[in-house]
Design a protein around this ligand. Structure first.
Ligand code: GDP
Length: 298
């Protein structure tokens, strides 16, 4: 699926089309938080507890920055060591795809493959930077935001938009010396959430205390996930959400492919125009219009 060779891509698309009837049966969870908040510790503990209950768990990642640096948030062997060895789990580091659009496209496809392969829970992890959260929120059923006990101070630093995407807020590290501040932080986050418009009428985002290290909150979080899935299914919102996501996936594909095509077929002129825009010899809008005219003939 991840190969960019044209013949491989053709096979991959045929495969996806034939598997489509077997997809859609898992619960798709998006998971975000700033580096160091405890995401991998949590996903490992959560994943292992789900496997113990008989579920199969797939962990995928969207981290466009790792394509640039050559590293990967899941590539590091020490991350999720137990989970990665467990036959009930499948862990895939972020695919290489250059742009966020490319990475997101491949992750969506990997998600469908995992569903067809019988995984019950798909966890898509994103690093808490840039636009990747929005791309992930747009491919999952439920979006979980992990925060640290920093509380009010941290709240200032979180982009409001990310908080608005959350269906569940997890305050991690609620253990030992940090427990008291985690409780205070949870109250802060709760009141911040109250001021926001709910994403859907059938679900109100909650705040849950957790300790990935001590296993605290895992059961409650899984209960929240199941309640969410039930509420979204009963109200018909889940079906509506997935339909909308399919539509926006199509538009993302169109955008990406048009841009690729454009960049490949107008390489020389593009470079000349970029220089002209940089030098202030032509306005960006006029340059774009001129270049697009070449492509569309209008
Ligand atoms: P990530 O960058 O978000 O994936 O964070 P990691 O899972 O790598 O964790 C970062 C650090 O926080 C590690 O040193 C963990 O041991 C520690 N950590 C993770 N979860 C907890 C927790 O629940 N309680 C405490 N006290 N430390 C934690």
């Amino acid at each position: 699926m991840e190969s960019s060779r044209a013949d491989h891509q053709a096979q991959a698309q045929d495969l996806l089309a034939s598997l489509l009837p077997d997809t859609g049966k898992s619960i798709r969870l998006g998971f975000t938080g700033t580096p160091g908040v405890g995401k991998s510790t949590f996903i490992e503990a959560f994943g292992l507890s789900l496997i113990k209950q008989g579920y199969r768990v797939a962990v995928l990642a969207v981290d466009p920055s790792s394509t640039r640096t050559g590293g990967s948030i899941l590539g590091d062997k020490t991350r999720m060591e137990l989970l990665s060895k467990d036959p009930g789990a499948f862990i895939r580091p972020t695919p290489s795809g250059g742009t966020l659009g490319g990475v997101a496209r491949r992750t969506r496809e990997a998600m469908l493959l995992c569903e067809a392969a019988g995984y019950d829970v798909i966890l898509v992890e994103t690093v808490g930077v840039g636009q990747s959260e929005i791309a992930v929120a747009d491919m999952v059923d439920m979006f979980l935001l992990m925060l640290s006990p920093g509380g009010g101070d941290e709240l200032q630093g979180i982009k409001r938009g990310i908080m608005e995407l959350a269906d569940l807020v997890i305050v991690n590290k609620a253990d030992g010396d940090l427990e008291k501040s985690a409780i205070r932080a949870a109250a802060d986050y709760k009141s911040a959430l109250h001021l926001m418009r709910p994403k859907t009428s059938c679900w109100t985002a909650n705040v849950v205390l957790a300790s990935a290290l001590k296993g605290r909150g895992l059961e409650e979080i899984w209960q929240q996930v199941q309640n969410f899935q039930q509420a979204m299914t009963d109200s018909g919102e889940l079906d509506k959400l997935r339909r909308e996501q399919a539509k926006s996936w199509m538009w993302a594909e169109i955008q990406d492919r048009l841009k690729d095509h454009f960049q490949n077929s107008h390489r020389d002129k593009l470079r000349a125009m970029e220089t002209a825009v940089r030098d202030g010899r032509i306005t960006p809008a006029a340059a774009a219009r001129d270049l697009l005219k070449d492509m569309t003939g209008e």
